[in-house]
Design a protein around this ligand. Structure first.
Ligand code: XMP
Ligand code: MG
Length: 179
């Protein structure tokens, strides 16, 4: 599996450091706000577990599963809810935790949905921001790394369901796609 990786972009240590920094900021920003921290499955699961352990104030966590890509590498534009939240967002300060923002379509849809459900506030924390590809006006509030326009895997991110368990973010070798 590791042989399929062309280069490592962000190591486990770098990701932990960035999660610590973001967690400190979130702790300050959300003191007394009892945020609902929402993990977007499956990609954000690893980053979520890092982030919530760095939030040093009261919060609730919940999980949502949406699909925008299927197994393809290009956004279809449509976002389907596969698993909705258990907790109501009404009057809550929602913090969405995502693995990567690409076109921004997924996040734009979720922000609109939570607004429609009368969340008090909606903010976004993303491990990776692929700014170059943005088509929606989504602006994340907490960003781990600005990532170049390359298809990345690891630390929750997959290619055809694999590589989520890699403890770092890396770029796949081109020959892996053509197989
Ligand atoms: P949009 O375009 O809606 O896409 O912002 C966000 C979702 O697209 C997936 N995505 C990727 N997944 N490597 C991946 O493994 C990538 O480089 C990549 N770019 C986008 C991802 O699921 C994210 O939630
Ligand atoms: Mg995702």
């Amino acid at each position: 599996m590791n042989d399929d990786i062309e280069k490592v972009l962000y190591s486990r240590e770098e990701i932990h450091q960035v999660a610590q920094k973001l967690g400190e900021k979130i702790t300050t920003d959300y003191a007394d706000k009892d945020p609902l921290v929402v993990c977007i499955l499956k990609g954000a699961s690893l980053f979520m577990s890092d982030i919530v352990r760095e939030i040093n104030t009261y919060c609730e966590i919940d999980f949502m599963s949406v699909s925008s890509y299927g197994d393809a590498q290009v956004s279809s534009g449509a976002v389907k809810i596969i698993k909705d939240l258990d907790v109501s967002v009404e009057n809550r300060n929602v913090l969405i935790v995502e693995d990567i923002i690409d076109t921004g379509r997924t996040l734009q849809t979720l922000v609109d949905l939570f607004d429609h459900r009368h969340a008090q506030s909606v903010k976004i924390c993303t491990l990776l921001d692929k700014k170059e590809r943005r088509v929606e006006g989504v602006q994340p509030d907490y960003i781990g790394f600005d990532v170049p326009n390359e298809f990345v895997v690891g630390y929750g991110l997959d290619y055809m369901g694999h590589y989520r368990n890699l403890p770092y973010v890396g770029v796949l070798k081109p020959e892996v796609y053509s197989n």
